[in-house]
Design a protein around this ligand. Structure first.
Ligand code: PEP
Length: 250
């Protein structure tokens, strides 16, 4: 059994003083965890997070990065800028970015490549909408997202990527996939990766579940054989709840 990777996605929440307070509360609560702990914070909190987590077991991630190294891209942040700050991870292709900011499988791939090039570890998000699930297209959508979104990714690169399966209908809605639904979808996704990269690489790949995971349902979800961790939004904003998820398994 792999240890789990538990990542918090703070989304657009927490000013610098609020971030400082949350991180200071969180650090002692998760200090003895056997699982990998990551907090993905807004750009403006990255410096605070990197400084406060130095020498601890908590890793810092951003929530997006651009695919170019520099240039006329007002409002964007280059992967190398994140790396230079001490950031280790970056979420790519979150469903909120796909829905509100026109993210596509092609831009997900471009951002992932750029992040890897800079030495960051991407957390690449995939997942179907409710309409896609209800019309029986879940597997088709997940296959497309993996095939297109990982088109040029080599097996060597895959070893530095985390995948987050996040059914869009479960994100921020309070509706969680059942343990079985999460496991079934992740096992399916792993099978798609296995077709391209082989079983050994697909088994080694970390695939998290995300979507209204909280301190009440985390133990069940994380106990499932294919669920390698969680990407947690709302519940990651409360130190005690996030810590409970971190400790829910292992
Ligand atoms: C997320 O932001 O990736 C997420 C899963 O959010 P929530 O846990 O709030 O559903």
């Amino acid at each position: 059994m792999k240890n789990k990777i538990i990542a918090g996605n703070w989304k657009m929440n927490k000013t610098r003083p609020e971030a400082e307070a949350l991180i200071k509360e969180l650090l002692p609560l998760v200090a003895d965890s056997v699982n990998t702990v990551i907090i993905c914070v807004p750009y403006t909190d990255l410096h605070t997070a990197v400084q406060l987590t130095k020498g601890t077991n908590v890793h810092v991630g951003a929530q997006n990065c651009h695919w170019k190294e520099s240039g006329a891209f007002t409002g964007e942040i280059a992967p190398s800028m994140l790396k230079e700050m001490g950031v280790e991870y970056v979420i790519i292709g979150h469903s909120e970015r796909r829905t509100y900011f026109g993210e596509t499988d092609a831009t997900v791939l471009a951002r992932t490549q750029a992040a890897l090039q800079a030495g960051l570890k991407p957390i690449v998000c995939i997942g179907e909408t409710l309409a896609e699930r209800q019309s029986g297209r879940m597997q088709q959508v997940l296959t497309r997202q993996v095939v297109e979104g990982f088109k040029d990714i080599t097996a060597q690169q895959l070893a530095n990527i985390i995948v987050a399966y996040e059914p869009v209908w479960a994100i921020g809605t309070g509706v969680t996939a059942t343990d079985e639904q999460a496991n079934e979808a992740i096992a399916f996704v792993r099978g798609v990766f296995a077709q391209k990269y082989g079983k050994v690489a697909a088994d080694a790949l970390y695939i998290q579940y995300g979507g209204s995971m909280n301190d009440q349902n985390a133990a069940g979800l994380l106990a499932m054989s294919d669920v390698d961790g969680g990407l947690i939004g709302g519940a990651s904003l409360v130190a005690a709840k996030f810590a409970a998820i971190v400790h829910a398994h292992g």
